[in-house]
Write a protein that binds this ligand. Structure first.
Ligand code: CMP
Length: 141
């Protein structure tokens, strides 16, 4: 089934100049980019986006980091987009990520791990709606 996922290129990767390489990977892997924008989140917005992690030991570090600089947020569409994108990005901790994955290649550590992907179709829909209106999502066929 053709589904959608949210993807984020995180501040570590944007600041390190990896945006182009990661976008190229997205295109090479045949994702359709329906929406793409550069944003800088306030701390409050980052806390809202990661609300599911409220109270976890890494929550403050995570939300400080995600609001520390520019992010590229994308809506991607593909057959099985959530699982497909998670395969391309690799494990959350780059030390555990497979060779050839984005996190293996570009992530610094589990906190500054280059990219985000939705973890289910339902969360994907919610996460996309957090950043994009329907009018901002444009098919290219
Ligand atoms: P992400 O896919 O954006 O979803 C939640 C994020 O929390 C995750 O990537 C990591 O960047 C971050 N995270 C998860 N576990 C830890 C941890 N132990 N320490 C710091 N950050 C973490």
């Amino acid at each position: 089934m053709i589904t959608r996922t949210l993807a984020i290129i995180k501040p570590d990767a944007v600041n390190a100049g990896y945006t182009g390489k990661i976008l190229d990977k997205i295109i090479q892997e045949d994702f359709r980019i329906l929406g793409l924008k550069q944003i800088k989140m306030s701390l409050q917005r980052a806390q809202g986006f990661y609300a599911v992690h409220t109270g976890k030991p890494f929550f403050e570090e995570l939300t400080q980091f995600m609001s520390s600089g520019p992010c590229i947020v994308l809506t991607l569409e593909k057959e099985n987009a959530v699982d497909s994108w998670r395969e391309v990005i690799g494990a959350t901790n780059p030390e555990e990520a497979d060779e050839g994955t984005i996190r293996k290649e570009f992530a610094k550590n589990v906190g500054e791990n280059a990219v985000h992907g939705s973890d289910s179709d339902e969360n994907g829909i919610q996460e996309i709606a957090f950043f994009f209106s329907e009018a901002e999502l444009i098919g290219n066929k």
